[in-house]
Ligand binder design. Structure first.
Ligand code: V0D
Length: 233
């Protein structure tokens, strides 16, 4: 089908703002946000989306207050103890992009275990960007490529298609749609290479208020758009 949507990415912004509005600590916003990850993942799976990539933790997020970073490091564990069974039942596979080696061992172990436990699931891929940055991804790909040339593994005849093999998203279909919640109109270093031909949707709702109903409407809107890839039909 022509307008089938395969890969959706979301910048889950506005959790802190959501909390502030309710006089709650920022961590309460993050907790509510992780709850919504479950709701949106289930909805995406039902809509037949193949890959849902979520910006959970950027390379910049380490600069936040220690108590907030500490809380975030515990969220994957909280998330899986609540939802892993359900993800298994729905045949959802967990993947990660980013440099997980910077995470505390306890967090990294949980992530590795979730990837391992769901690796044979054949349904939707729920892909978390963790300690991820778009420029960093491109830089690492360039270094890796240079290394392969130096070692005589490949010729120095790089093109866009070959370069994509070095990106962290190489096993996924190309990005169709990027959504950002909470009203900011920026990409913020997320999937810089991959966003080249994607549709962009910016919604005003904070991430905890971005319901499956709004998500479904957003996807319907995408399907109505005529994607031209710079050519003419
Ligand atoms: C906080 C909104 C789920 C964004 C969503 C460590 C900010 C809630 C996870 C998660 C976060 C990550 C990997 C995984 C399972 C769950 C998560 C972080 C932040 C950063 F395998 N929500 N969530 N991770 N937030």
């Amino acid at each position: 089908m022509e307008n089938q949507i395969r890969h959706v990415a979301i910048i889950m912004d506005g959790n802190g703002r959501w909390a502030k509005k309710q006089n709650k600590p920022r961590t309460a916003g993050h907790y509510q946000g992780s709850e919504n990850v479950r709701n949106i993942a289930i909805a995406a799976n039902e809509m037949g989306i193949e890959v849902l990539t979520l910006y959970a933790f950027s390379t910049e997020n380490w600069k936040r207050e220690k108590n907030e970073v500490d809380y975030l490091m515990k969220l994957p564990s909280v998330f899986f103890s609540r939802f892993l069974k359900e993800l298994m039942e729905k045949n959802i596979r967990i993947c990660m992009i980013g440099e997980m080696d910077r995470f505390p061992k306890a967090t990294a172990d949980i992530l590795t275990e979730a990837i391992e436990q769901t690796k044979d699931n054949t349904g939707m891929i729920l892909n978390f960007a963790m300690n991820y940055g778009g420029r960093r991804e491109i830089l690492l790909a360039a270094k890796h490529y240079a290394e392969d040339v130096k070692n005589g593994k490949i010729n120095n005849d790089l093109d866009e298609e070959k370069f994509e093999h070095y990106l962290m998203t190489s096993e996924f279909p190309s990005l169709d749609l990027m959504i950002r919640t909470s009203g900011e109109i920026r990409i913020s270093n997320f999937l810089l290479w991959q966003v080249a031909y994607a549709e962009l949707v910016f919604v005003d709702e904070a991430w905890p208020d971005f319901t499956p109903e709004i998500f479904k409407k957003t996807i319907e809107e995408f399907k109505r758009r005529d994607r031209r890839f710079g050519g003419v039909k």
